[in-house]
Design a protein around this ligand. Structure first.
Ligand code: 9WN
Length: 437
């Protein structure tokens, strides 16, 4: 029996497509933005050239204004909906010569570069690689702060649920309530490939497609989107990833002598951290929540995203101490520790569904982010617990896309949920098993 590390490496090898890695055969057959970042971290431990190639390939999809799309369609495939023809990013005068989507995903690339730096044994070589891509990643941050922060708060908005990465979190239900959508003809493939009850509903997909149709009418013009999109949300996970990436670009920029860029990043960073705490931290819920910019209201719900600011060093020690209570005989762990960590949505909520995608199941990238965050704040034992639970799922079921949080229900299962041989589950397992950080 090959070791877990060998099995994980095999998953990455099988999903490798010459210059980049697909998230999952059939289900996700192109290059995805934040997947690529996590995947590059996994590659860095076993094949640094592939890690570099992963990053370079993603950047091939960068738009003229610095925007980085959520999918780069390097290849053709008929197994995914919506494909390049639905996204029609060529409608924007900013799009590149390669097919991409016109929406983005959590900006992990900045901190991924720092991870590559730490993992590499040849610091000179990795630093010269980072030097070749640094400006492109900086331009991406510049895009966010100049195009997606209309009130200049240091908090950027997302305009589509797919930009969040947490596609159907119950929080979006409250946005869908605010507008009507026509009945689009859908050509879903996902529900034919895996158990449809674990995926978003067709009604939800009507909303997802409607937003894309609006953006196409506006030729993906950011000013028009900011003015008219019914979905305009400041998301805690998205902003935490941007802040963590700012921090890494500051560290790396200092090494590379990029003085002006570092000064600019520091300016964004200060404002961003301040606004995260003043606007998105919810004292009574003890965690970071969402702000609906379109309807000027806080959406006070806890999800695994609520704890991701820990990784970026955003909370005070006091806030961090309040947040971790959810993991010890608390809302997320369950009063008697009856859940594995960390459910993607508050298990005590009426909207929680332990089997459905981002409405409850455990996702490995979120576990990894929270693991890092807990370590950063000195909660070593708790961070080890999250790591242990994560490795337990891999050993018991394999590299699935998401997992059942309830320990009791797990006793009745023989597999995880969603796609199998899922790349970031494998990549981050490699990191958890290998990384000393
Ligand atoms: C839409 C690729 C992506 C992840 C997302 C995850 C899922 C896509 C989909 O798969 O979303 O981007 O079609 O459901 O929710 O986080 O990046 O793995």
């Amino acid at each position: 029996m090959p070791s877990l590390l060998e099995q994980a490496s095999r998953v990455l090898n099988n999903n490798w497509k010459e210059t980049f890695t697909i998230p999952c055969e059939g289900l996700y057959p192109f290059q995805w933005n934040w997947d690529s970042g996590f995947i590059a971290i996994g590659w860095a431990h076993i094949d640094m050239d592939r890690a570099k190639s992963e990053v370079r390939s993603l950047l091939k999809g960068q738009w003229k204004n610095g925007f980085l799309p959520h999918i780069v369609f390097h290849n053709e495939s008929k197994t995914y909906y919506p494909g390049p023809e639905v996204h029609a990013a060529h409608l924007s005068d900013q799009s590149p010569g390669i097919k991409t989507s016109g929406i983005t995903q959590p900006p992990v690339l900045g901190f991924v570069l720092e991870e590559l730096y730490h993992i590499s044994e040849d610091k000179e070589d990795i630093l010269s690689f980072i030097d070749t891509v640094y400006d492109a990643v900086f331009r991406n941050h510049h895009y966010f702060y100049t195009h997606r922060d209309p009130e200049e708060e240091g908090l950027v908005y997302i305009c589509h649920n797919w930009e969040a990465g947490t596609d159907n979190t119950p929080v979006w239900d409250f946005i869908w309530e605010t507008f009507e959508v026509p009945d689009y003809e859908l050509d879903r493939k996902d529900t034919k490939l895996i158990d449809a009850s674990h995926r978003p509903t067709n009604k939800e997909y009507q909303y997802y497609i409607h937003l894309i149709e609006l953006f196409k009418q506006w030729r993906y013009d950011d000013a028009k989107i900011a003015q008219g999109s019914p979905f305009l949300v400041q998301d805690p996970l998205f902003n935490s990833m941007l802040i963590k990436s700012n921090e890494s670009l500051i560290t790396l920029g200092k090494r590379l002598g990029k003085k002006d860029k570092v000064a600019q990043l520091e300016e964004w960073q200060e404002k961003a951290i301040h606004s995260m705490n003043s606007k998105l931290y919810d004292e009574s819920l003890q965690g970071y929540v969402y702000y609906d910019l379109r309807n000027s209201r806080k959406l006070s719900h806890l999800s695994s995203s609520s704890f991701t600011p820990l990784m970026a060093g955003i909370p005070s020690e006091k806030q961090a101490a309040a947040m971790v209570q959810h993991f010890q005989n608390g809302r997320f762990s369950g009063e008697q520790d009856e859940n594995f960590l960390c459910a993607s949505f508050d298990p005590s909520s009426e909207f929680f569904n332990s089997k459905k995608y981002w409405r409850g199941p455990i996702w490995i990238n979120l576990n990894w982010i929270i693991y890092r965050g807990l370590k950063r704040y000195g909660y070593v034992e708790l961070s080890e617990k999250i790591k242990e639970h994560t490795i337990h799922f891999m050993n018991t079921y394999g590299f699935y896309e998401y997992f059942e949080p309830s320990k009791a229900l797990n006793n009745k299962l023989d597999k995880g949920y969603g796609g199998n041989n899922f790349s970031w589950s494998a990549a981050l397992t490699i990191d958890l098993l290998t990384n000393k950080r």
